[in-house]
Design a protein around this ligand. Structure first.
Ligand code: C2E
Ligand code: MG
Ligand code: MG
Length: 258
């Protein structure tokens, strides 16, 4: 127990220094259409730790959230992703790409989240309608906060919203219908077993139908095999993200891919 505590304290301390030492990195994973053409990317955060090498978000996001450092780091993520998006607008091969950015509920609930996003868009010159914020169902568990108002405000600026990890949370379907969303993102846990588990297949099928009836687009994440893609396509899901199409990669690698 003590060893775990010490290791956590050390990680937390390192994390406080990571921003100043430029140890945060963004990688980009392609999102493709039914023809396999990249139409956008998702920005994913990596921590280049001086001793431990690359650390994945599963390990540090909870710690960032519990220490509220997520606000500072999340800001850096948004700014860096928007800078990249603006830069890609200038190059013909990348000009069509949209940029999805994960937003932690902690960050979204900050009082000045909306002005911050607007300021970043202004500063970087990134087109608002190519920015897609990925939020999760946990954001809407507490209905009393003004998440809905904030979403609507940003949406009026052109920013789009995707509901990440859909199906893993506890949001009510009736509430979902009132959210100003643009896209449902089917969680990779369902995609992984779509061919082996009748139950998971039903969930994915229903999600696709639900998205369509709510007028939302739908994207499947964690697509790893051609058979999964075929199944998804046959059931009406035409956008995909996963290792089958590309791993998260550097901006330079993505440009080469394009
Ligand atoms: P997510 O947003 O659901 O991201 C998808 C995760 O699935 C990514 O893991 C990605 O690398 C992985 N993935 C993509 N394709 C495949 C595939 O075909 N098979 C498998 N097995 N995995 C695949 P990653 O990069 O480790 O990120 C994990 C989670 O950390 C993300 O889940 C997101 O919730 C969070 N995260 C990442 N970057 C940020 C960030 O900048 N801000 C915040 N707040 N959260 C972030
Ligand atoms: Mg995501
Ligand atoms: Mg996800």
């Amino acid at each position: 127990m003590q060893a775990a505590l010490i290791s956590r304290a050390r990680l937390e301390n390192d994390m406080r220094l990571a921003l100043a030492n430029e140890q945060w990195k963004l990688v980009y994973q392609p999102q493709v259409d039914v023809n396999g053409m990249p139409i956008g990317v998702e920005a994913l955060l990596r921590w280049q730790h001086p001793e431990r090498g690359i650390i994945s978000p599963g390990e540090f996001i909870p710690l960032l959230e519990s220490t509220r450092l997520i606000n500072e780091v999340g800001n850096w993520v948004l700014e860096t992703a928007c800078q990249q998006l603006a830069e890609w607008q200038e190059k013909p091969q990348t000009a069509g790409l949209s940029m999805a950015v994960n937003i932690s509920p902690v960050q979204f609930r900050e009082d000045n989240f909306v002005p911050k996003v607007k300021a970043i868009l202004r500063r970087t010159g990134a087109p608002a309608d190519k920015l897609k914020l990925e939020v999760t169902e946990t954001l809407f568990v507490d209905v009393s906060d003004n998440a809905l108002r904030k979403m609507s405000h940003l949406r009026h600026q052109g920013v789009r919203f995707s509901l990440d990890d859909f199906g893993t949370g506890y949001s009510s379907l009736s509430y979902l219908a009132h959210l100003p969303l643009d896209q449902l993102k089917i969680d990779q846990s369902f995609v992984r077993e779509v061919l082996d588990s009748r139950a998971n297949a039903s969930i994915v099928e229903s999600t696709i139908v639900l998205a369509k009836s709510l007028g939302l687009s739908v994207i499947a994440e964690g697509v790893e095999t051609e058979t999964q893609r075929g199944w998804l396509k046959d059931h009406g899901c035409l956008h995909y993200q996963g290792y089958l199409f590309g791993r998260p990669m550097s901006a330079a690698e993505l440009e080469k891919l394009m």
